[in-house]
Design a protein around this ligand. Structure first.
Ligand SMILES: [Zn+2]
Length: 275
């Protein structure tokens, strides 16, 4: 599935690098990931920092989001039940918490042909690569994925951007896009604790142009957080954490424990048929 980000030719693995026929070569790091990001060659200034990756990983490892991971695995298995040689892409895979579980499920079904996880954060792909023997992790952008046209049976996007045109380019004509987005009441109690006027999430905004929605599954459960650092990490994982006032942040810091609603919606899309 991989193509050269420089010239677009197919990439072939040669020992410790991916190479194209024009002689471009990309080293595979010892951890197993490959950086195909053309810009930002120095350091790791894009995407999540090492500290954010570590905090999120620590939080996810406690299993609060396991319900979502299980539901995603079920969805993927169901959606691919009539397919063979599945080519799977997780766009915006983060540290691979969901990727490796979904890919494991496909691998167990004996149908996985190739799996690619893409994330803009080098720290995230590095961490993911160490823990998943079935997926090639790539440091790259979901907006310009170094992938062939119409190669993917499944593209996943969990709490990640959904660039429609790029998804349409990479997806097979009979492929599906599976998104996980926050439900209306996701983290409601946490928002109430931090904000004067909390807003619910709006599910309608998760529509993909050029696609039709063919499936939806919502589920909601409550968890009890009794470690302040978990509460802070959970908040830092949200998109609104960057635009929270000092007062709000102080309220967050003061929270010692919290019962909070987790609510997720899994949306399944297929490409709209064009005449
Ligand atoms: Zn090339």
């Amino acid at each position: 599935m991989l193509i050269c980000p420089h010239c677009g030719a197919p990439l072939v693995r040669k020992e410790k690098a991916f190479c194209c026929e024009s002689g471009h070569s990309y080293d595979i790091a010892k951890a197993g990931y490959c950086n195909l990001l053309q810009t930002n060659k120095s350091g790791d200034h894009t995407g999540d920092s090492k500290e954010m990756v570590a905090a999120r990983r620590q939080f996810l490892d406690q299993g609060y989001y396991e319900g979502l991971a299980k539901a995603m695995c079920q969805q993927i298995k169901q959606l691919t039940k009539d397919k063979e040689d599945i080519q799977f892409v997780d766009a915006g895979c983060g540290e691979g918490y969901y990727t490796r579980q979904m890919v494991q499920a496909l691998h167990e079904s004996g149908k996985l042909k190739e799996s690619i996880g893409i994330d803009i954060s080098k720290s995230a792909t590095q961490y993911a690569a160490k823990r998943d023997p079935y997926t090639q992790y790539i440091t790259g952008s979901a907006y310009h994925m170094p992938l062939e046209d119409h190669c993917a049976d499944v593209i996943c996007s969990l709490f990640a951007p959904t660039p429609e045109e790029e998804f349409l380019r990479v997806l097979k004509s009979d492929g599906v896009v599976v998104c996980a987005v926050p439900g209306e009441d996701h983290l409601w109690e946490l928002k109430c604790a931090v904000y004067d006027k909390p807003y619910q999430n709006r599910e309608e905004k998760y529509q993909l142009h050029g696609f039709q929605r063919i499936g939806r599954q919502k589920f909601t459960y409550r968890v009890h957080l009794d470690r302040p650092e978990d509460i802070r990490t959970l908040f830092a994982m949200t998109p609104y954490s960057h635009r929270t006032s000092k007062i709000g942040m102080a309220r967050l810091e003061a929270l010692r424990e919290l019962d909070v609603t987790l609510s997720f919606v899994i949306l399944v899309f297929s490409a709209e048929e064009t005449e």
